[in-house]
Design a protein around this ligand. Structure first.
Ligand code: PSU
Ligand code: MN
Length: 308
């Protein structure tokens, strides 16, 4: 076992016996949603994973330990302390571990820690990507580079239009990361089912997705795979309404000079306030939807692994 890594007994047992496991991130808990909805959502997501036949593994850094399979108390702690917990992307890892600090893991670090533990499937809300105006700011999330090098599948609801979705897709292509639409040809835009961009491949069943990932693994092709799962229609937001509010949030971030790792949490919080909680309700539902799909894919992938 890698030093500084602690995997819960339940997750260890599942991995050892080729049972399905779904990794879950913690930046969404500490920095992506307000308390107490963040903790309620994290707990419900774990339940959904269980109801769909897989073992949940919420990942965070607790007292400098890379923790795979957080306890209910640890999730409560991360949610209650919120933004007081460091948001930890790849570059931050050594300092949080050496300093024995707590950290909320982003998509990049959750992928990395999941892969250390041998977990292949990860469910979240949205990934980081190329920010609008990145031509000037160079603000491109480390999530994209992690997808290039770490062999974990990320199930998300597409990319939010706080990002430049077209440039995010270009960057993924350059990095050799395939984007799969689940039952759709359209790249979803988180709060809405369509972004106006197309995905690379449409696959219609969890089995087809597991087969493609398995082929990638067996070829020794490094890197991840992005599964874009559109928000269910009944929870989708009106595109004009949400885009108007995203625009307002972007203007405010610019006026306040917010940059770097603070920009995504700032925009999420602002959008939630501007929409009177409507965007939060959609955000929660799309995470549930991704957890369901990820569990089904993990189940199919575990079958393939148990046959070799
Ligand atoms: N998008 C969301 N909610 C989130 C995030 C993105 O809708 O909580 C978080 C994820 O943890 C993601 C991170 O990995 O923001 C990206 O941050 P940055 O752009 O600073 O890399
Ligand atoms: Mn960034």
């Amino acid at each position: 076992m890698v030093k500084f890594l602690k995997v819960s007994n339940e997750v260890l047992d599942a991995i050892a016996h080729d049972k399905p496991v779904v990794a879950l991130e913690s930046t969404i808990i500490s920095h992506g949603m307000p308390y107490p909805q963040n903790v309620e959502t994290a707990q419900k997501v774990e339940q959904i994973v269980r109801d769909n036949g897989a073992v949940p593994a919420t990942i965070a850094i607790i007292g400098g330990v890379l923790t795979v399979g957080c306890s209910a108390e640890e999730i409560e702690h991360l949610g209650k302390r919120g933004t007081a917990v460091a948001k930890v992307s790849r570059r931050d890892l050594p300092f949080i571990v050496a300093g024995k600090l707590d950290g909320a893991t982003t998509v990049a670090t959750t992928m990395y820690i999941a892969s250390l533990a041998g977990i292949k499937v990860f469910a979240t809300g949205g990934i980081g990507g190329v920010h609008r105006n990145a031509q000037n700011t160079m603000d491109i999330s480390a999530d994209l580079d992690e997808l290039q090098q770490t062999s974990v599948m990320v199930v998300c609801a597409g990319a939010k239009s706080i990002l430049d979705i077209g440039l995010t897709l270009e960057c993924l292509e350059t990095r050799g990361v395939p984007v799969v639409g689940y039952q759709t040809e359209d790249m979803p835009a988180f709060y809405t089912q369509k972004s106006g961009f197309k995905v690379d491949y449409r696959l219609d069943t969890p089995k087809q997705i597991a087969d493609a990932f398995f082929a990638k693994e067996q070829m020794g092709l490094q890197g991840g795979m992005l599964i874009a799962n559109p928000i269910p229609d009944e929870y989708a937001m009106d595109p004009d309404y949400i885009n108007e509010n995203i625009q307002k949030a972007l203007v405010e971030a610019d006026e306040l000079g917010i940059t770097g790792k603070n920009i995504t949490p700032f925009l999420l919080d602002k959008i939630q306030k501007l929409t009177g909680g409507q965007s939060l309700a959609s955000n929660i539902q799309l995470v549930f939807n991704n957890a369901r799909l990820a569990s089904k894919i993990a189940t199919e992938l575990a079958k393939l692994h148990s046959e070799i």
